[in-house]
Design a protein around this ligand. Structure first.
Ligand code: UGA
Length: 439
């Protein structure tokens, strides 16, 4: 929304939320989300044509176009628990819009939703019987965290799906006209509602599948002395395959990939397609296998026990340049290491202590003496038996590993879960260094 405000100076954008603390943070100098470049865009436009408010009903009434941008987590109760998307926030937005009234409106699904959700939104809006007419549009978001501003400024495509009726097409064109302020027309794809909704889940499923595919090959590389980065480069130069999203790692994380693939599996089963569901479930299973494999290799290299040993954890975010730790692969790896009775010294340049504790499901009291929260990488590595590098922060490339090595217990072990470092130089220093798919 900040980017829309920035690019469409004649349009008033108001972001509303029921959570007053969040809105206060958006109105302050300390935004609740860390994203490179976002602070500048917000501060340049806030108070001009970009506003943050808790006055939900009033702002709905005033708006011509409403973007539903609430979260759609995996359901953790009742039917479909563990797979289906929880749509209660989307539903309550639709009900809120219907109740607020205020005129004819275009309602845009920005949240990631299962195919056919627009039907539910439509039915709720139509049953309001308030004399106003509503058009529902699907406009999924493809930005990635950490590169959000560049992705929004210069998207590969903008996808807009709408009803094929005449009124539906008018609404589609209205939404197209917003993006056309800065995105070339050729990159704005319009489709029917269901294709747009399904394309979002499919795009994330394909991206996640690429990571699981290269991670599957990484296991074979370790067994065969091939190097997964070399294999990725060799296959990525085939223009039909392409070079992106072939970086082998400890597994994908983030709030989207797992949730969306699970949701896709749920939809397939719902529509009576268990074979298709089974195919996509493998993407998740491979991701779990990759995380567990990392822990097993670490344990093997530490004489099968980490009990009482100090392990430095470098990075907790699910990727670099974000403070987001949701579904980070670091969570299950740290949990497993804690189960094995290791003591962890965690350093991440952006993820807060409270976020680490809450994602691990540990209280401050439980963490006492078992988890140390460090303010530098050097502090985390001090007297450690091993280092596990779990997020590819740039600063980890620049550390003085010779001096880190000198302050560690011997033999000093390093596991690079992101293939960020040069293993050969680390070995020259004296580290027993390991990567993913390249030992
Ligand atoms: C992902 C998609 O890339 C976006 O297009 C989509 O809009 C977004 O989900 C969403 O649905 O909201 P995001 O989760 O922010 O974006 O981050 P990604 O860059 O896709 O990374 C996801 C995970 O995959 C990270 O843990 C990352 O480290 C891992 N990854 C990525 C790899 O292990 N290897 C790669 O080659 C690329």
């Amino acid at each position: 929304m900040a980017m829309i405000a920035n690019k469409c100076k004649g349009t008033i954008v108001t972001v509303v939320d029921l959570n007053a603390d969040r809105i206060a943070a958006w109105n302050s100098g300390n935004l609740p989300v860390y994203e490179p470049g976002l602070d500048e865009i917000v501060s340049q436009n806030r108070g001009k044509n970009l506003f943050f408010s808790t006055d939900v009903d009033e702002k709905i009434r005033e708006a011509d176009i409403i973007f539903i941008s609430v979260n759609t987590p995996t359901k953790d109760y009742g039917a479909g628990s563990g797979q289906a998307a929880d749509l209660r926030f989307v539903e309550s937005c639709a009900r809120g819009i219907a109740k607020a009234g205020g005129g004819d409106k275009i309602v845009v699904e920005k949240s990631t939703v299962p195919v056919r959700t627009a039907q539910m939104v439509k039915e709720i809006l139509d049953s309001a019987n308030n004399g106003y007419s509503y058009q529902v549009i699907s406009n999924p978001e493809f930005l990635a965290e950490g590169t959000a501003m560049a992705d929004l400024e210069n998207p590969d495509r903008v996808l807009i799906g709408g009803d094929t009726s005449e009124e539906g097409q008018v609404a589609v064109e209205k939404v197209v006209s917003i993006y056309a302020n800065w995105v070339e027309k050729e990159r704005i794809i319009t489709t029917n509602l269901w294709s747009s909704e399904l394309s979002k889940l499919t795009a994330n499923a394909f991206l996640a599948q690429r990571i699981s595919s290269i991670n599957a090959i990484s296991a074979l590389c370790e067994a065969s002395e091939a190097d997964v980065d070399e294999v990725a480069k060799a296959i990525g130069t085939d223009s039909r395959i392409g070079p992106k999203f072939l970086k082998s790692s400890i597994g994908f994380g983030g709030s989207c990939f797992q949730k969306d693939v699970l949701n896709l599996c749920y939809l397939c089963r719902h529509f009576g397609l268990p074979e298709v569901a089974g195919y996509w479930e493998q993407v998740i299973q491979m991701n779990e296998y990759q995380k567990e494999r990392f822990v097993t290799r670490l344990l093997d290299s530490m004489f099968n026990t980490v009990s009482g040993k100090r392990l430095a954890i470098l990075g907790f975010a699910f990727k670099k340049d974000t403070n987001d730790a949701r579904e980070s692969p670091a969570i299950s790896i740290c949990r497993r290491l804690l189960e094995e009775k290791a003591n962890l010294a965690i350093y991440d340049p952006r993820v807060s202590k409270s976020s680490i504790l809450s994602t691990l499901g540990w209280s401050e009291e439980q963490a006492e003496g078992r988890i140390h929260f460090c303010s530098t990488a050097e502090e985390a590595c001090d007297r450690a038996n091993a280092i596990a590098l779990l997020t590819e922060w740039d600063e980890f490339k620049e550390l003085n590993y010779a001096s880190i090595y000198a302050n560690m217990q011997q033999p000093a072990i390093l596991f690079d879960g992101r293939n960020l470092l040069n293993l050969k130089s680390l070995r020259e220093i004296g580290f027993r260094a390991h990567g993913i798919g390249r030992d």
